[in-house]
Design a protein around this ligand. Structure first.
Ligand code: C5P
Length: 224
């Protein structure tokens, strides 16, 4: 079985603050994207990797990633568009696809392995999840409408794994501005299985997340 990764890295990263795009933000002396690609390449079972770059930065990212055996191509306006471009760039012999946010740059190998194991065991769609720590309420404007039972809620991460056929069908069909790929598969009525995620797989979105990421890297360096 050939397993590929589609790595959307084409976001502008506006929530991180002004300046460079998210993929090139510095984390411990290296661009965030480099950390992400190294993490993916540390997973033995993964073959082809397609990185979706912000339009205008394809050449620059190609140079940055020259030694990592990845294909860099232009992403789209929304994450969903970027993933679709990535699927289109996959070699014909790929059977399983993991879609992984480049912004989850510190995702441990163990999470990739858990998703891959579940796919190999026959699941056609797999997502890593964590319990929700906060109490979650539905609101209308500034008024609380209701409290949602936290016991049934999970925060969903990436890598999300799929049989290639199913993911391509889900993206061909599309849907209303999905924020992850599993949502499109759910719209087809197919079963999505969960595996345990990791706190280290958090998405670098805001400046605070860069501080956490630096701390995680320091802790890992100490552990070695
Ligand atoms: O915006 P969001 O935090 O959901 O982005 C998740 C991932 O999708 C990031 O790695 C980002 O670079 C990527 N993305 C993309 N193309 C877009 C928007 C986001 O590849 N148009």
């Amino acid at each position: 079985v050939s397993i590929a990764v589609v790595l959307p890295a084409a976001g502008r990263g506006e929530r991180l603050g002004a300046g460079v795009v998210k993929a090139l933000r510095d984390l411990a002396g290296e661009p965030l994207l480099l950390h992400a690609v190294r993490g993916v390449r540390a997973v033995g079972a993964i073959g082809p990797v397609v990185v979706l770059a912000p339009i205008g930065l394809v050449d620059e990212l190609q140079v940055l990633l020259a030694s990592y055996d990845v294909v860099v191509t232009a992403g789209g306006e929304h994450r969903q568009d970027s993933v679709r471009q990535g699927l289109a760039a996959l070699p014909a012999d790929v059977d399983l696809v993991l879609v992984h946010d480049a912004a989850r740059a510190l995702t441990p190998v163990s999470v990739f392995d858990a998703v891959i194991d579940e796919l190999r065991a026959g699941a056609e769609a797999v997502v890593p999840v964590l319990p929700v720590a906060d109490t979650v309420k539905r609101v209308a404007g500034d008024r609380v409408v209701e409290t949602v039972d936290r016991a049934d809620l999970r925060a969903v991460q990436t890598p999300q794994g799929f049989s290639r056929d199913l993911l391509e069908r889900a993206h061909a069909r599309g849907g209303p501005a999905a924020t992850d790929d599993a949502a499109l598969v759910e719209l087809l009525g197919r079963t999505v299985v969960t595996v345990p995620g990791s706190e280290d797989a958090f998405k670098v979105t805001r400046p605070f997340d860069l501080l956490v990421a630096e701390a995680v890297l320091k802790a890992r360096a100490r552990a070695h």
